[in-house]
Design a protein around this ligand. Structure first.
Ligand code: EPU
Length: 335
């Protein structure tokens, strides 16, 4: 593995922030991981760079994950079990599944990033989450230098959360591959309002997974900025989960407050809606702004630094707290 010094990371993160890695290498095999650990036992791992904000130069070794491969493990009457290597592009894997008629991840079309990042934050969109189809995750334990398997349960999935985001586990594993169970006779999931609306617009009454795939792509392309054109990392904040009492308080300020049920005592409120209501949608300060079609997305409008983006995010967060007494927390990883 070639190790580069003071390597520029601007093209490796979708915010397009310029920072430099003291040392940098590309991982294309498990052997490369062992080689890297000799140089630095705690490397930073970068996948598609679509869920990180670099606020400073990473101190040690940065590894770009390029472990590639997609394979069929078992085929049964109803389902097919596939293994995806973690350095594969997520959307290309969705296209691969849809083109074979295998259902389960079509609602997760066009999510930027790599396969390895998908279980880390339990990616989700339009009524689906990766945890619904995931069998297991294989990861290299960076201390023991051996591969371990996490079952679906062992991943402790939550809303945009997994064991890999837990401070105790963070940075301890290099996810190497994931195993998914996809359906050979899929039933399309078109329950999410935006998708339903798009299908109606297209006069589709009995959608196939391919229809869902295209509808999701169109909705995302309209609502979310393309990182190749304008730097961003998708949703910057998680949708906060609050108590029913807190929601009642919110409703006394905003009668039309939106919420999704979570359990008997909690609801989830869209952070994008809160930010929008606080007046931030489309607003720009210096080189950073809130996207005009989805306030949850913070965009780099010029060559903003990671620190400028973080400062802007804090202004938004504090303002939402002041106005609605609700804490919103970043969904993305801050380096
Ligand atoms: N809303 C506003 N103003 C805004 C943004 C949203 O009023 O500026 C309202 C919408 O009208 C809607 C509600 O808030 O009633 C929810 O908005 P939306 O359906 O766009 O979804 P979201 O909750 O903002 C989540 C995910 C997205 C995912 C969509 C669709 C999180 C943090 N974000 O966004 O994920 O694509 O649902 O399923 O859960 C990502 O993680 O990067 C991401 C884009």
């Amino acid at each position: 593995m070639i190790i580069h010094q003071d390597y520029p990371l601007q093209s490796l993160n979708t915010f397009g922030v310029q920072q430099y890695a003291k040392q940098f290498g590309i991982v294309q095999s498990l052997e490369n991981i062992h080689q890297a650990l000799v140089l630095d036992p705690n490397p930073f791992i970068i996948g598609g760079g679509s869920n990180i904000l670099l606020t400073k130069n990473p101190d040690g070794l940065v590894l770009k994950n390029e472990l590639k491969g997609k394979s069929i493990l078992t085929e049964m009457d109803e389902t097919i079990i596939v293994r995806l290597m973690s350095g594969e592009n997520w959307h290309e894997c969705v296209q691969w599944a849809v083109s074979h008629g295998w259902g389960g991840i079509e609602n997760l079309s066009l999510i930027p990033g790599t396969v390895g990042a998908a279980p880390m934050q339990n990616i989700g969109a339009y009524g689906a989450e990766i945890k619904d189809v995931l069998i297991e995750v294989a990861a290299m334990d960076l201390q023991e230098e051996k591969e371990v398997i996490f079952s679906n349960r062992g991943c402790k999935f939550g809303y945009r959360d997994s064991i890999f985001k837990n401070p105790e586990y963070r940075g301890k594993y290099f996810i190497t591959s994931i195993v998914l169970e996809l359906s050979k006779h899929p039933v399309a999931n078109a329950k999410y309002a935006d998708i339903e609306k798009k299908l109606t617009e297209k006069n589709i009454t009995h959608p196939t997974i391919e229809d869902i795939h295209h509808a999701v792509i169109e909705v995302r392309q309209y609502k979310l900025p393309d990182p190749a054109i304008i730097g961003n990392a998708g949703s910057f904040f998680k949708n906060p989960i609050i108590s029913i009492e807190q929601f009642e308080k919110l409703k006394s300020i905003k009668h039309d407050a939106i919420h999704y049920p979570v359990d008997a005592t909690h609801v989830k409120v869209p952070a994008g809606w809160l930010i929008d209501q606080a007046g931030w949608k489309g607003k720009t300060i210096g080189r950073v702004g809130c996207f005009e079609r989805q306030a949850l997305v913070i965009v780099n409008r010029g060559s903003a630094t990671g620190e400028e983006i973080w400062k802007f995010a804090e202004l938004v967060k504090n303002d939402v707290f002041e106005k609605f007494d609700i804490h919103i927390e970043p969904e993305i990883n801050i380096w």
